[in-house]
Design a protein around this ligand. Structure first.
Ligand code: SF4
Length: 333
């Protein structure tokens, strides 16, 4: 419904998006608040846009938490922050051999993309060298496996070194709007994050950048984030749905409704029609039995859980994809 209480013409919305035009903010807001009883119409319309770039394929990704629980930052949603009291594994950076072994496990789990994540403010040059070597060895063994690194704040020269090693993507999420950012983190700023995304692009790497919904933000914050990913021309947009973790400041937040998650995913797709969009952490918890409906908007998904929370394994994920009438993207190994 728009501001005048009229139901939006979804065919016109789709035409507008396919023509490469940006949705007006009041239209995007109406989509985010689309009536629950018409959600299937919105999902069908979004699927038309999704199919133009990605058909019915779903890219499977797998995470490797390469350094856990020792971050000096204070992100309120994160079990690995310095203020978290969550009961999670704590360890320093994994060896190059362990990172290569993680790549083999990702390949065995059907993954097309291997996402290596380190809990840190940003990498030292020694860490960049270590991960560059890991990328080189992974590329030598699994040339078709896409490698994405998530190492916090990063300079352009560090991003260039990682590209040289063989990384293809660097993940750094904006997480929420500039306005809401100080409510979830005080040790770095939204603009610090934007700078890292720009450094990654300038270095010639693909950008992976999205956010987390369900942290107490309002619709305007969700919309700001979705428009920011469009205007930064992000290549790959992960949408996380908060999985509240005991011992973190956001540990008591309530889950989102599946309907809210699905509508938000549609808005991200309609604002980023040709970008990869990934349903990331909290998918299982927040969407429950409606997980498969999100494939109408997203073209990518994780298997085998997240950094410190569990998730569906490969066989269950494959069943979910196929039952919904989609197919996994071939690994091309
Ligand atoms: S910078 Fe990353 S690892 Fe560190 S607290 Fe924030 S989200 Fe967690």
């Amino acid at each position: 419904m728009n501001a005048r209480g009229e139901i939006l013409d979804l065919d016109r919305v789709v035409e507008h998006v396919i023509a490469g035009q940006e949705l007006a903010r009041d239209v995007a807001r109406s989509l985010l608040n689309y009536p629950d009883q018409r959600l299937q119409d919105l999902l069908r319309a979004t699927l038309k846009v999704r199919e133009r770039s990605f058909g019915r394929r779903v890219k499977i990704c797998m995470l490797n938490n390469a350094q856990s629980g020792i971050c000096p930052e204070d992100c309120g949603y994160c079990s690995q922050s310095k203020i978290s009291r969550a009961d999670i594994p704590v360890y320093k950076l994994k060896s190059v051999g362990a990172l290569v072994e993680g790549a083999r496990q990702a390949v065995d789990s059907g993954a097309r993309r291997y996402c290596v994540v380190c809990s840190m403010r940003g990498p030292t040059d020694a860490v960049v060298e270590h991960l560059g070597e890991a990328c080189e060895r992974v590329r030598a063994q699994f040339p078709a496996l896409e490698i994405c690194l998530s190492l916090g704040l990063m300079s352009e020269s560090q991003a260039r070194a990682l590209k040289h090693g063989g990384a293809g993507w660097v993940n750094h999420n904006l997480n929420t709007s500039r306005r809401f950012y100080p409510k979830i983190c005080t040790t770095h700023t939204y603009d610090d994050r934007v700078r890292t995304v720009e450094n990654v692009r300038k270095a010639g790497l693909s950008t992976c950048c999205g956010g987390i919904l369900g942290m107490g933000e309002g619709d305007d914050d969700v919309l700001d984030l979705a428009y920011a990913t469009r205007r930064l021309r992000i290549d790959s947009v992960p949408i996380n749905f908060l999985h509240p973790i005991a011992g973190t400041p956001l540990g008591q937040m309530s889950a989102l409704t599946p309907q809210k998650c699905l509508k938000a995913a549609c808005v991200f797709r309609l604002l980023n029609p040709t970008s990869e969009i990934r349903a990331a952490g909290g998918r299982e918890l927040n969407l429950g039995v409606r997980q498969s409906e999100i494939f109408n908007a997203v073209n990518s998904i994780f298997v085998n859980g997240y950094l410190t929370t569990p998730g569906l394994g490969y066989a269950q994920t494959l069943a979910l994809i196929e039952r919904a009438g989609f197919e996994p993207e071939p690994q091309n190994l």
